[in-house]
Ligand binder design. Structure first.
Ligand code: AHM
Ligand code: MG
Length: 333
């Protein structure tokens, strides 16, 4: 049962679950619930497009580059359009930060309570080879009063102020996993019915695990301390697993127990992943499931963003493994 004692069980649809969970917020107006439903609907559409990526010949490069200078795939563009549309039409959102957009999208909706940061389609280099990709989203409540134009403080919020976060994994099954700060729940998509069903209630990350996930080809670009930790993983005979699709790597480690590391490298001294729409959401989910996320110095959720597309090193996963990482990497300093 949820906080209000109403029952839900495996097999409950996402819509029903969201309705029941709304009672976790005594004075809720239902806008956050509606926003989550909007995101789920866009996810279904992106899922459909993803499923036929090979067929419809929409998986190839589009010939544009996004704001980070990376090649943008057509499906990224499509996913971005779908999520932008869903988020702007619903009326709950005042501003959007997207990996695919240079600047903040100010929806000029001064009655919108929420700010959304989103990576509409992460891991896009995997699309053409039929490997799992994902959507990552964070939801914040605006800081400035309703009725006024949005300000930078509405956008540049630390991860600990998230009111909800989630991801969609377009994998062998499509799943939506989210939290509103009362635990983490996972839903699996049933294609023929067009519904997400609760399949992973109250996800708890194992405290220890046996998987480490890092792009080891970049070893010569790491600091010595990171090499020491990876040596430790090998001493422990941990399995190396790296898909190169953050959502998929994170999801596997969350369920099975493991650690994902994207450290500072010579090429990317602040790491590669983005704080606002990649690290924060996964950190919130991790902590809600009993796992941990750090940049090596501080908890990810305590970081205050200075710039929109800010990058951060990300070390995330099972509590004991992240503790070991911090212990071993601190010894080097
Ligand atoms: P993207 O946002 O351009 O798709 O890049 C993010 C992806 C993550 O999904 C993945 O974990 C990481 O980049 C892999 O990077 P690398 O190829 O450097 O190991
Ligand atoms: Mg990304």
């Amino acid at each position: 049962p949820d906080q209000s004692g109403m029952a839900y069980s495996v097999g409950t649809t996402l819509d029903r679950f969201i309705n029941l969970k709304q009672n976790d917020f005594p004075f809720a107006s239902g806008e956050l619930s509606q926003l989550l439903r909007d995101i789920a609907l866009a996810a279904k559409i992106v899922n459909r497009e993803t499923n036929r990526a090979g067929l419809a010949n929409i998986g190839g490069a589009f010939g544009q580059t996004n704001v980070q200078g990376e090649e943008q795939q057509k499906l990224d563009v499509i996913a971005n359009i779908r999520f932008m549309r869903a988020l702007s039409k619903g009326g709950e959102v005042c501003a959007i930060v997207s990996e695919e957009e240079d600047a903040v999208i100010d929806l000029q909706n001064n009655s919108g309570k929420y700010v959304v940061a989103i990576d509409p389609l992460d891991g896009s280099s995997n699309i053409d080879v039929n490997i799992s990709i994902g959507t990552i989203f964070s939801i914040y409540r605006r800081k400035t009063p309703l009725g006024q134009p949005i300000q930078s403080e509405d956008i540049m919020q630390p991860g600990k102020d998230q009111v909800a976060a989630g991801y969609v994994l377009y994998g062998s099954s499509t799943m939506l996993v989210y939290t509103t700060g009362f635990g983490v729940n996972g839903f699996t998509y049933e294609n023929s019915l067009g519904e997400f069903f609760l399949s992973h209630p109250n996800i708890q990350a194992p405290k220890k695990g046996g998987i480490y996930s890092i792009n080891e080809g970049l070893q010569n670009e790491w600091e010595q301390s990171v090499k020491n930790y990876v040596d430790h993983c090998k001493d422990q005979r941990y399995a190396a697993r790296y898909i190169g699709s953050l959502v998929a790597d994170f999801h596997r480690n969350l369920l099975k127990g493991g650690i994902y590391i994207y450290p500072a490298t010579t090429k990317n001294p602040s790491g590669k992943l983005r704080l606002l729409y990649e690290a924060n959401a996964l950190a919130f989910i991790a902590e809600q499931a009993g796992a941990v996320a750090t940049n090596g110095q501080k908890s990810i959720l305590d970081l205050s963003p200075n710039i929109l597309h800010q990058r951060t090193p990300l070390i995330i996963g099972s509590e004991r493994m992240v503790e070991d990482y911090l212990k071993i990497t601190k010894q080097e300093e």
